[in-house]
Write a protein of this length. Structure first.
Length: 478
């Protein structure tokens, strides 16, 4: 039972009862005041992290940490980023958990018809391969699947996306099919083989009739491609491509309904940019091993890396393939690729929606403006036009700005002494303007200072580009 001294300590200092007992015994020293730990990452590091996160198409912290050295180098090479040595070192030293915590506030703002099976004799002639049968295949053995863009209804004809994912490296290629037809699928597969950086050695599919037919089987035999299939109703047998269906196709295209030649043309244009962005600038995990411990299965994954780097690191990859991929990578700008993807997504959303949402298309934007928009894109929520909801009218200020008359003086005082707090500036303001500004304004002044400090950090981080942005911004009350 607590003593009177303990209760007095708890009531006076608001300590926890156990902590008060330790203090009275002399076990620990009393700590007063607020946070004593020095803050490591300031506004400049957070702004740079948000920009890199947006330029990576919002990958998770673990993938972003693996991508950050490559992405920073690519953006600096194309003049999109100017990082000081201290800021660069802090960003590269930031852990994946810290990245996720720093981006937490930004992230807060984010039935099919059954088909008739293929003939039993045909399916029996195609061997089954499960996920446990892959072992360590060389690059060239792919899993294939179709993603339907039917929207809420599967009636009528709609476009489907053919997805190929290499088991060894995670390299992914996509192409639209305007109709479900085996001859068209063979033609599209021939075009995708030309884009693959390696020879197609194996082709593993599900039991869909568009794959289980004599046309595709004969095609694989003629091209010396090992044709295998998964077990019926066992999606985990095709875990590699099923993961890319969501992480690449649904992430890029969404769940709208697309039909017709115009939509297929736009999808093909989207995948031309997406294949470079995904394979060169999107790190992914790969399962290395798993073991069972009683009722629990423990899985071990490799460090996240891009399909390009995974293919280059494979000892079975020829030197000429590595050289060709490095040449392609040297000419790629991730921000330009992302801008092109956003522009095509805008056109796809406008084509699919009955009442398109009005947004400025990224196609006509200069790359500097698109790069600038990435710094605050998290405030708008979903940035992919293909999964963006109807935008509501933005709420404007309802009261007049109480600091508008003194804003020039406040800005001058802030630039002279940027370390001053809102309370100190309010006291000076009340001295300069007696009786004009009451004590209830510190929160308004703090928000104003926060915006100015963010602008100052952007100017420091992005040099002349950040200054030009601040000068061109229309002054709005905060």
């Amino acid at each position: 039972m607590a003593t009177r001294k303990e209760l007095t300590a708890v009531a006076a200092e608001r300590y926890h009862r156990k902590h008060a007992m330790r203090l009275l015994r002399g076990d620990v020293e009393a700590r007063t005041g607020g946070r004593t730990r020095r803050r490591i990452y300031d506004e400049a590091e957070r702004n740079a992290l948000v920009l890199l996160w947006e330029a990576s198409d919002r990958v998770c912290g673990k993938r972003l940490k693996a991508l950050m050295p490559v992405l920073i180098e690519a953006m600096e090479r194309h003049g999109h980023l100017e990082l000081g040595a201290e800021i660069r070192a802090k960003l590269l030293a930031m852990s994946a958990a810290t990245i996720d915590r720093a981006l937490a506030r930004m992230r807060e703002g984010l039935g099919r018809r059954r088909r008739r099976p293929a003939p039993h004799a045909l399916r029996s002639s195609i061997p089954i391969r499960t996920s446990a049968d892959w072992g360590d295949p060389s690059p060239g053995f792919v899993e294939a699947d179709l993603v339907a863009h039917s929207g809420p209804s599967t009636r009528g004809s709609f476009i489907q996306t053919l997805v190929l994912t290499d088991v060894a490296t995670g390299w992914t290629e996509c192409a639209p099919l305007i109709v479900r037809e085996q001859t068209l699928l063979s033609t599209v597969l021939t075009e995708l083989r030309k884009q693959l950086p390696f020879a197609l050695l194996g082709f593993d599919t599900d039991n869909d009739t568009v794959f289980m037919n004599e046309t595709l089987k004969s095609y694989c035999v003629a091209a010396n491609i090992a044709f295998t299939r998964c077990r019926p109703y066992r999606k985990n047998d095709q875990a590699f491509v099923e993961q890319k269906n969501g992480a690449v196709v649904r992430r890029m295209v969404g769940y709208r309904r697309f039909e017709g030649l115009e939509a297929a043309t736009l999808l093909a244009e989207l995948y031309r940019s997406a294949r470079l962005f995904v394979n060169f600038f999107q790190p992914s995990f790969k399962l290395i091993a798993k073991r069972r411990e009683g009722a629990r299965v423990r899985k071990t994954y490799s460090a996240p890396t891009t399909p390009h780097l995974r293919l280059a690191a494979d000892a079975r990859t020829p030197d000429e393939v590595r050289a060709r991929l490095q040449q392609i990578y040297a000419g790629l700008d991730p921000v330009v690729l992302l801008r092109d993807i956003r522009a095509i997504q805008e056109r796809l959303a406008a084509l699919a929606d009955v009442q398109p949402v009005g947004h400025v298309a990224a196609a006509g934007q200069p790359i500097e403006l698109f790069l600038t928009s990435l710094r605050t894109a998290w405030k708008d929520g979903a940035t992919r036009p293909t999964d963006r909801p109807v935008v509501k009218a933005k709420r404007e200020r309802r009261r007049p700005d109480p600091l508008i008359r003194a804003t020039p003086d406040l800005r001058k005082w802030f630039e002279a002494e940027p370390w001053r707090t809102g309370s100190e500036l309010l006291s000076r303001l009340q001295t300069e303007y007696p009786g004009a500004y009451p004590n209830k304004l510190p929160r308004t002044l703090q928000r104003r200072l926060k915006a100015w400090r963010s602008e100052q950090a952007n100017a420091l981080l992005f040099g002349s580009l950040g200054k030009a942005q601040n000068l061109s911004r229309v002054s709005k009350p905060h």
